[in-house]
Design a protein around this ligand. Structure first.
Ligand SMILES: Nc1ncnc2c1ncn2[C@@H]1O[C@H](COP(=O)(O)OP(=O)(O)OP(=O)(O)O)[C@@H](O)[C@H]1O
Ligand SMILES: [Mg+2]
Length: 304
């Protein structure tokens, strides 16, 4: 028993060292799944990944009023940050060579680790693939933020749909990104969030989403603070866990993995968020990229 634990610990240390190394090269790194996941022995099949060609610089992207600047794959299609989201996309697509419909939850151990930004940006890069229909769902009833990032009203959304106060078609919202639809969280009181997710309406609604979209990405609250992830994760094909460099507490990360394991929810990937610069403070590297991004955003000619 002790030897197995030691081996797992060693494998995990090696995995995290590789991720830290990758993070020094850029802002976000895609980690292989943790040691608890079965490792693929056979080579992965070819990835049928056909992104749309980059639009000509002159007419792209269209500046959309109120659209969050965190939507880097929309504004900066050729940037390093966008490429890193595409790496996560490639990993997910390689796990799904036959394009089965997949519903993936995005979670992390604690608040403010980048779940919502990742959900939207992952949806964005998946939607770059012509034949994929992609849906992003805000499943964080307590701190829903996708509607704000897309400058859309918060309701009606998932909460109203689950309560039967809105129809499915009423909560689906178009986005400026072709192929990408989203559902906001809607309005719900803190106390009833878990009850709402545990209601009989939830399963058929999530099933419908999965039937109608190739990829459904569900943003969730932090796994260690509320039980929602356990409920949403059960309805999904798997979970992507966000780990934020220098912020995610090791014990909290381990608790998250255990929580997902005991609920039999597969972890299909981990994403290391944040950039480590030699001698620099956490976040500095990312801020640098961000400022560069802001700069080019504001230098764009104003739309009429
Ligand atoms: N890859 C990244 N690198 C650095 N900062 C990021 C990254 N992704 C998101 N952020 C920033 O981190 C902050 C939190 O992001 P976000 O809202 O996505 O986190 P969250 O985990 O969804 O938070 P909450 O738990 O409150 O829902 C935001 O200011 C966002 O701009
Ligand atoms: Mg969030």
């Amino acid at each position: 028993m002790g030897r197995i634990a030691d081996a797992l610990k060693r494998a995990e240390q090696e995995r995290l060292s590789a991720a830290a190394l990758a993070a020094r090269e850029g802002g976000t790194a895609v980690l292989p799944p943790p040691a608890v996941e079965p490792s693929a022995e056979a080579p992965l099949p070819a990835i049928p990944d056909v992104p749309l060609p980059l639009p000509p610089a002159a007419d792209a992207p269209t500046l959309v009023q109120g659209l969050s600047e965190s939507l880097v794959p929309y504004y900066e299609r050729a940037s390093l940050i966008t490429e890193q989201y595409r790496s996560l996309r490639t990993r997910l697509l390689s796990q799904n060579p036959h394009y089965e419909h997949r519903m993936l939850a995005i979670t992390s151990a604690v608040p403010k680790e980048g779940k919502s930004v990742t959900s939207l940006n992952l949806g964005c890069v998946l939607a770059e693939i012509r034949h994929l229909k992609v849906l992003v769902v805000d499943g964080d009833f307590r701190r829903g933020s996708l509607a704000r990032m897309l400058n859309q009203p918060e309701a009606p959304g998932l909460a109203e749909l689950l309560r039967g106060e809105a129809t499915y078609s009423q909560v689906l919202r178009a986005t400026p990104i072709p192929n990408l639809t989203f559902i906001p969280a809607g309005n719900v009181t803190h106390r009833s969030a878990a009850d709402l997710l545990a209601s009989a309406a939830t399963k058929p609604i999530f099933q419908r989403m999965q039937n109608e979209y190739h990829y459904t990405i569900v943003d969730t609250p932090p796994a260690t603070t509320v039980t929602d992830v356990g409920i949403i994760g059960q309805l999904c094909s798997g979970v992507v866990v966000i780990v934020r460099l220098h912020r995610t507490d090791e014990l909290a990360a381990k608790r998250t993995v255990r929580l997902l394991q005991v609920n039999n929810i597969p972890i299909v990937g981990c994403l290391l968020v944040g950039r480590d610069t030699p001698g620099g403070r956490y976040g500095y590297g990312y801020s640098y990229n961000y400022y560069r991004y802001y700069d080019s955003y504001y230098r764009r000619p104003e739309t009429p």
